[in-house]
Design a protein around this ligand. Structure first.
Ligand SMILES: [Zn+2]
Length: 129
């Protein structure tokens, strides 16, 4: 096991799934690409997302391949989105995670764009006075 994963678990008490996800993505939200370790707020928004929602795939809740690093914003917008197509088998699809990640990114792309636009507008609004 990666020494950094061990350290996150032993010293900081992280659950192995999120520790692995953090190291795998090097601290970036897999969906929006935001660096989550650069700022305190980014760090505070780190969550472990279940690529295949645990509501629909409860047997994959503790499957490491189903865990991914996300910011709380993307995680909230993703909700219970199921990226699988009719007839696809969940466990075998998790072996090709990039395909699943891409489907989730596609699903989230408009929401992420809209949210960013709103954020920039609010910033402008506050600078207008
Ligand atoms: Zn994100």
């Amino acid at each position: 096991m990666d020494k950094r994963i061990e350290k996150l678990m032993k010293i900081y008490g992280w659950y192995e799934g999120i520790a692995r996800a953090l190291i795998d993505s090097n601290g970036y939200c897999v969906f929006c690409g935001e660096n989550l370790v650069e700022t305190r707020l980014g760090y505070s928004s780190i969550v472990m997302d279940h690529l295949l929602p645990k509501s629909k795939y409860p047997d994959l809740e503790y499957e490491f391949h189903n865990h991914i690093l996300s910011c709380s914003s993307c995680n909230g917008m993703k909700g219970n989105f199921d990226p699988l197509h009719e007839g696809e088998e969940a466990k075998s699809m998790l072996q090709n995670r990039q395909e699943i990640i891409d489907r989730c990114k596609h699903y989230l792309s408009k929401s992420i764009r809209d949210r960013k636009e709103e954020w920039l507008e609010i910033k402008d609004l506050l600078n207008d006075s």
